[in-house]
Design a protein around this ligand. Sequence first.
Ligand SMILES: [Zn+2]
Length: 497
Amino acid sequence: MTSLPTYEEALASYDPVMGLEVHVELGTRTKMFCGCITTFGAEPNTHVCPVCLGLPGSLPVVNRMAIEYTIRIGLALNCTIATWCRFARKNYFYPDMPKNFQISQYDEPLCTDGYLDVIVDGQAIRVGIERVHLEEDTGKSLHVGGATGRIHGAEYSLVDYNRAGIPLVEIVTKPIEGTGAAAPEVARVYVTELRDLLRALGVSDVRMEEGSLRCDVNTSLSPRGSGVWGTRTETKNVNSLRSVERAVRSEIERQAAVLDGGGRVIQETRHFHEDSGRTTSGRSKEEAQDYRYFPEPDLVPVAPPADWVAQIRATLPEAPSKVRARLRAGWDVPEAEMDAIVNAGALDLVAQTVAAGASPADARKWWLGELARRANDAGLELADLPITPAQVARIAALVADGALNDRLARDVIDAVLAGEGDPDQVIAARGLAVVSDEGALNAAIDQAIAANPDVAAKVRDGKVAAAGPLVGAVMRATGGQADAARVRELILARLTQ
Ligand SMILES: [Zn+2]
């Protein structure tokens, strides 16, 4: 087998074309066509009823809130909202779908023809939205006894229908062309932007790790300059933002190797593996005709009145991209710094910390530095750390006043994260404030000078840069609780006057 072409070699010969399908579970209280509740993590098969189990004689009823949420998404993505559309029955048999069909939308989606603007490396890219449609989610299979958790090699499988029937919106892009080597990054930034938008709309908790936001990545290669699209593959259920980027990149490299070797890319679904960063073959992809779609006979058409759509439009929040632009102007930070804040998932936190009185630079420093490190070590999102923006703002203020130095501030953060209370309570309880008693400092300085006569002599001769060991000795003597800059000032005043 020949080795894979490098990414750069692949891009020299081919232009990638992508299509992204994002599935998002709506945060409605009940399922799409029945009254079962949708809470995540319940005992298996406890949130089920005759409708979502597809028992004979049961009839579905559309969840009005799910329609409203889908229209909200469509409007936020600049789509046209259908004045009349129908659900369709998608026929297939998998054990995770108890009815043997899924109620979806086919040729009459609720929202069509929109776009989402994203910024990649300072460049605005308009991603076209083909359609936004509403369907019901499937149940969940658990394959037991195999090494990989997949059905191959498993001894038996269990199925949980709690998820079956939860409203699921599918957002499909138009083909994304012309992005060249930036394609993987465009894919990640698009999904990130879409996730932030959906969160701002309040329609879903968009947790990729819990599967409430899932992404399928279609990739094909077009020989450079030919304008002829190749066969695409669909990489399924890529479940982190980083994996979206890696999956596109890996498919570009793999398909280029197949084509360079004179082979054909097969139209199929593929699975992305987090560990290797590679995809492997899944099943050959069904065509639409395999699903034998027809209008769902158990449901009336959906015809949202124009005044209802107008009402929904009037309640749309400011788009996250606009919020970012507004905050960036107010904070006066460079684009790259703003990107770092957004990519760390810290935008709301920094904004709230600034609102609580911290400077933008301080808020950014604490959240992206010390706190990002703690979150990373604990395997948590920044927002899930048990410290509030107001507490971070208070710590920043204490550092600015000289009541804490950075090292003490880190101890205060540790204590707040450990649940010991507000910064001021922690400082009082642990005696963490900076030693500002000049008498105590002067005594420590006297000792340091006496113990390091050669260093003191150099400083007296005008080599002020040599004072470091003296500052260090005083800091040690005060248990790190002195303000190092103040200590240096006092030492220089003593030795050079
Ligand atoms: Zn039900």
